[in-house]
Design a protein around this ligand. Structure first.
Ligand code: PGA
Length: 239
C-alpha cells in the first residue's frame, strides 16, 4: 500500500515556502496544493508534477480576466487539480462539478475530488449526492479526499472507524472498474495521523493547518517512514 501526503496551504502565504522545495525533491510522495499565486513560484523552482492546483476554471478559451484555466496550469506543468473543497464550494458549484471534472481530465490533469458530509448522521445521503458527477462511468484518473465538513479546521478529526465506514460506502457506490485512491482530511495532527495511515483503504492524508509548519510535516514524514519499515506503507507514488 502506498501512502501520500497532500499539503493544503489554503489561502496562506507560507513564509518559508522555498524550504519546502527540498522536501518535494527528497520525498516524491509529497504533494503541495498552494494558493494559485504561490503555485507559479513553486512550479518555476521545480517539481511541478508534485503540485496540485487548488483552483481551476473551465471557461472556454477567451479573454476571461481573473480566470485560471487549464492552459495556464498546463504551462506551469502542474499535474493535478483539487476540486470541490468545501471552503470553495460556492465557487466550484457555480460550474457543474461533472463538467469541471471532465474539463480537468480532458486537459490531462489528475483530479482530487473533495467530498464530505456536514452532519455525521447524514453522511450517506450527503456523500451520495456529492459523488453523482463520477457515477456515469469508471474513472481511473481520480482520487477522492474524504473530508467531513465538521472536521475541517475544527480540531475534531473524524474517528478512524467512521472514516472507514464512509470509505466503504463510497467504494460501494463508484462504478466497477474505477481505480480511485482515497485520502482523509480534517484536523489531522501528529497524534492521530498514524491511526488513519494504518487504514489500508487510505492512500494518504490531506493536511491543512498542520502543513503550514515544516517541523510538523517532518514529523509526519517520520511517522510514514516508520510505518514503511513496519511494512504498512511501502514506497509511495503520487496517484
Ligand atoms: P485542516 O484542513 O487539516 O486544517 O482541518 C484540511 C483541509 O481543509 O483540507
Amino acid at each position: 500500500l502506498e501512502k501520500t501526503l497532500i499539503l493544503n496551504w489554503k489561502h496562506h502565504w507560507v513564509e518559508d515556502w522555498e524550504l519546502y522545495i527540498p522536501l518535494l525533491r527528497d520525498f516524491p510522495w509529497i504533494q503541495i496544493s498552494p494558493p494559485i499565486p504561490m503555485l507559479g513560484l513553486l512550479a518555476i523552482k521545480g517539481n511541478p508534477e508534485q503540485l496540485i492546483a487548488s483552483y481551476m476554471s473551465c471557461d472556454p478559451l477567451g479573454p476571461f480576466t481573473g480566470a485560471c484555466g487549464p492552459d495556464y496550469l498546463k504551462n506551469l506543468q502542474v499535474s493535478s487539480v483539487l476540486l470541490g473543497h468545501s471552503e470553495q464550494q460556492a465557487q466550484t458549484y457555480s460550474e457543474p462539478m461533472a463538467q469541471k471534472i471532465r474539463c480537468a481530465q480532458d486537459s490531462g490533469f489528475k483530479v482530487v475530488l473533495c467530498v464530505g458530509e456536514s452532519q455525521l448522521e447524514n453522511y450517506k445521503e450527503e456523500l451520495s449526492m456529492q459523488i453523482q458527477p463520477i457515477l456515469s462511468k469508471p474513472n481511473t484518473k481520480l482520487a477522492i479526499a474524504y473530508e467531513p465538513k465538521w472536521a475541517i479546521g475544527t480540531g475534531k478529526a473524524c474517528s478512524p472507524e467512521h472514516c472507514l465506514q464512509a470509505l466503504r460506502f463510497l467504494k460501494s457506490q463508484i462504478p466497477l472498474g474505477s481505480q480511485i485512491r482515497f485520502y482523509y482530511g480534517g484536523s489531522v495532527n501528529c497524534q492521530n495521523a498514524q491511526s488513519f495511515l494504518r487504514l489500508k483503504e487510505l492512500s494518504g492524508l490531506l493536511i491543512g493547518s498542520l502543513s503550514l509548519r515544516r517541523d510538523n510535516v517532518k514529523q509526519l514524514i517520520q511517522i510514514i517512514n516508520g510505518l514503511k519499515t513496519e511494512g504498512v506503507a511501502k514506497k509511495a507514488l503520487s496517484f
